[in-house]
Design a protein around this ligand. Structure first.
Ligand code: AMP
Ligand code: MN
Ligand code: MN
Ligand code: MN
Length: 276
């Protein structure tokens, strides 16, 4: 049997529930041989993850998941095998964090207009030097009793068109890819089917992605069906991109979405880890 790679996961440096150490130990327990920690717009969890991985005897691929603007869309670009200390990446990530923090304040202001106060102060205290995401707002709304589930929080407050939604100008797609590449990493388009793009648009995205130096696309993701994998692989083949595999694990408790619980890549798909 081949080794298990899981190249997309989150710790509590962004919206994951586990500390980097807990995440690495759980990956080890699940039989993962190589894990990428890819927190939203931060590399703050990587030093701890690296230490834990060395101690546990599992390979850690340093990573990040950048939020990128492309025309009117927000795309997620996973950077793998990055040097987190590279100045171009450090500077870019600082820019993203500023945008994220401003957005969090605006979301909180919008929620306050609906009578939901204090979200920003509670969440900024909670994340410390980590990043606030909409998932934190969702948990806040659940904990305060405004909604029953995270999904309700998105449906009623946080998704596009809802009262707590704030349109956000993230760094451009080409900039995000350039920072990752400068830092010695490879750029991967995360969960390509989650953006609900038409065929015309996904092709437009992938042409721009590739032109900017992007090299991979997630072909196997956490809950992908056989059809999803087939379609993602079609996009990969058409645009000559390497195939990546990642659970996008955030928290324990969902039996369908676990670290390392991933289908095999289709035969013939070139694995992204050939590049590192
Ligand atoms: P942000 O990058 O701050 O917009 O937050 C996006 C994060 O929120 C994603 O990475 C997911 O973890 C989470 N998320 C987005 N949409 C949903 C949803 N419908 N249900 C649960 N979590 C979601
Ligand atoms: Mn997330
Ligand atoms: Mn994502
Ligand atoms: Mn993710």
């Amino acid at each position: 049997m081949s080794e298990i790679y899981d190249l997309h996961s989150h710790s509590n440096a962004s919206d994951g529930a586990l500390s980097p150490t807990e995440l690495v130990l759980r990956a080890k327990q699940q039989g993962v041989a190589a894990l990428a920690l890819t927190d939203h717009d931060t590399t703050a969890g990587l030093p701890e993850a690296r230490q834990a991985a060395e101690a546990a005897g599992i390979r850690l691929i340093p990573g990040i998941e950048l939020s990128a603007s492309f025309e009117n869309h927000c795309l997620h670009i996973v950077g793998l095998n990055i040097d987190p200390d590279h100045p171009a990446l450090v500077e870019g990530v600082a820019r993203q964090q500023h945008i994220r923090d401003q957005r969090a304040q605006k979301i909180a202001e919008k929620l306050a207009k609906k009578g939901i106060s204090d979200a920003y102060s509670v969440l900024s205290r909670m994340v410390g030097n980590g990043e606030i995401t909409r998932l934190h707002f969702a948990d806040f709304l659940v904990n305060q009793g405004y909604v029953e589930t995270q999904q309700d929080a998105f449906d009623r407050y946080l998704s596009k068109g809802k009262p707590g939604y704030v349109p956000t100008a993230w760094a451009g797609l080409a900039d995000c890819i350039a920072w990752i590449t400068a830092a010695g990493g490879v750029a991967v388009l995360a969960h390509p089917l989650r953006y609900k793009l038409s065929t015309k648009w996904i092709n437009k995205v992938l042409i721009a992605f590739k032109a900017a130096g992007g090299q991979g696309i997630e072909v196997v993701t956490g809950r992908a069906s056989v059809d999803d994998i087939r379609l993602s692989y079609l996009h990969a083949s058409k645009h000559k991109l390497y195939a990546s595999v990642g659970s996008d694990f955030h928290a324990p408790g969902n039996q369908w979405l676990e670290l390392g619980r991933l289908a095999a890549l289709p035969d013939g798909a070139p694995p992204i880890w050939q590049l590192f």
